[in-house]
Design a protein around this ligand. Structure first.
Ligand SMILES: [Fe+2]
Length: 360
């Protein structure tokens, strides 16, 4: 995979450490299940939400490229497998890192900007770090951003708020969801698949709510990769501060030449897959305070004889519930759902893996 770790030579992350005591957070009482039972609360549907989600257009200022030359854009933070390490990702220029290629006449190929993933190590828990990314020799440095590391892993320390979101897309409804996330100040974001929905577009930028309904005659399922850049720009105000952990959904499939799939997903995000002993960007694990998260891949083999199942077994066996009393496994297609459109879609995965998860 043409990940740009080689770009480390020109890609520099400058770190400023600011150790803050977190006494204000320690004062917050977070209810536990022992404080329950709680009265169920249903929030009325926001009437401004649209049944037919409408994508942000390329003319929206929030998705347009505003940086100059090789200045960083689409900046995001992701966690490594433990609190002492995070990934900073950003994109510069227009040179090649990954391509989305179609061997068919009339289809437009796409080449991404240089995608940088830099891993910071030796960080302290629950500490605010200021950083800049970019190349100081040009100079082309970003503004100063900050993130907070996760608390140390033990039975008393947890992130205060975790936002879990899926099927996010880049519609006007997305803007409400992201505003809600920002105003709730999460410490961590899990995005459980279906990210940019670039695969609802032809390579010429024509989109539709239902690809197969509108574009049934295309020789391959096309995508419009600039939608990924729009998504990265739109999300930067949130993701440059709050770590995001992503696992693939069906919309990241994005078939291209030579039967390659999931290339944008695997290239654009940083995943602690190597740090967590996984051979694949499709599944990995990490700790966030006293929680061990396992991100499972629903679009790669999950059979008992496959790599993922063996990795899951090894990962689960390593979990120390004294250190991480909470064990949370997540993946894209729900195993338990009555929703007719995706009814029992992930039944094979459930049958293969459910028993192993229950053992822990
Ligand atoms: Fe999906």
């Amino acid at each position: 995979m043409a990940k740009s770790v080689s770009m480390l030579v020109v890609a520099l992350v400058v770190l400023f450490v600011l150790k803050l005591t977190c006494s204000s957070r320690d004062d917050i009482h977070i209810p536990t299940t022992l404080d329950g039972p709680f009265k169920p609360f249903t929030k009325p549907l926001d009437k401004s939400f649209r049944g037919n989600a409408i994508d942000l257009p390329p003319t929206d200022p929030r998705v347009q490229r505003t940086v100059q030359g090789f200045e960083p854009e689409q900046i995001s933070v992701s966690l490594s497998s433990t609190y002492d390490s995070v990934w900073i990702s950003w994109i510069t220029g227009y040179s090649q890192v990954y391509s989305q290629l179609y061997p068919f006449e009339g289809l437009k190929n796409y080449t991404s900007g240089i995608i940088h993933h830099v891993r910071l190590r030796g960080l302290k828990p629950n500490t605010l770090y200021y950083y800049q990314c970019g190349d100081p020799s040009i100079p082309a440095m970003s503004d100063i951003y900050y993130f907070r590391t996760m608390p140390d892993s033990n039975h008393r320390s947890y992130p205060s708020r975790i936002a879990i979101v899926g099927d996010l897309g880049l519609t006007y409804n997305t803007t409400s969801t992201v505003s809600h996330m920002i105003s709730n100040h999460p410490d961590l974001i899990l995005l459980v698949g279906d990210v940019s929905y670039a695969n609802l577009y032809l390579t010429n930028g024509t989109g539709a709510d239902c690809y197969s309904c509108s574009f049934s005659q295309t020789p391959i399922h096309e995508t419009y990769q600039p939608r990924w850049d729009y998504w990265g720009r739109f999300m930067q105000p949130l993701l440059s501060k709050v770590p995001i952990m992503v696992v693939e959904g069906n919309h990241e499939y994005e078939e291209q030449a030579e039967n390659k799939t999931f290339v944008a997903y695997s290239s654009r995000f940083a995943f602690p897959y190597k740090e967590s002993g996984s051979p694949s960007t499709f599944y990995y694990s990490f700790n966030a305070g006293g929680i061990h998260f396992i991100m499972l891949g629903a679009y790669i083999s999950y059979d008992k004889s496959g790599e993922q199942y063996k990795w899951l077994k090894r990962d689960l066996a390593k979990v120390d519930r004294e250190v991480t009393p909470w064990l949370v496994a997540t993946w894209h297609p729900p195993w338990y759902s009555t929703y007719t459109a995706h009814y029992r879609e992930a039944e094979c995965m459930r049958v293969a893996m459910e028993e192993l998860l229950y053992q822990y």
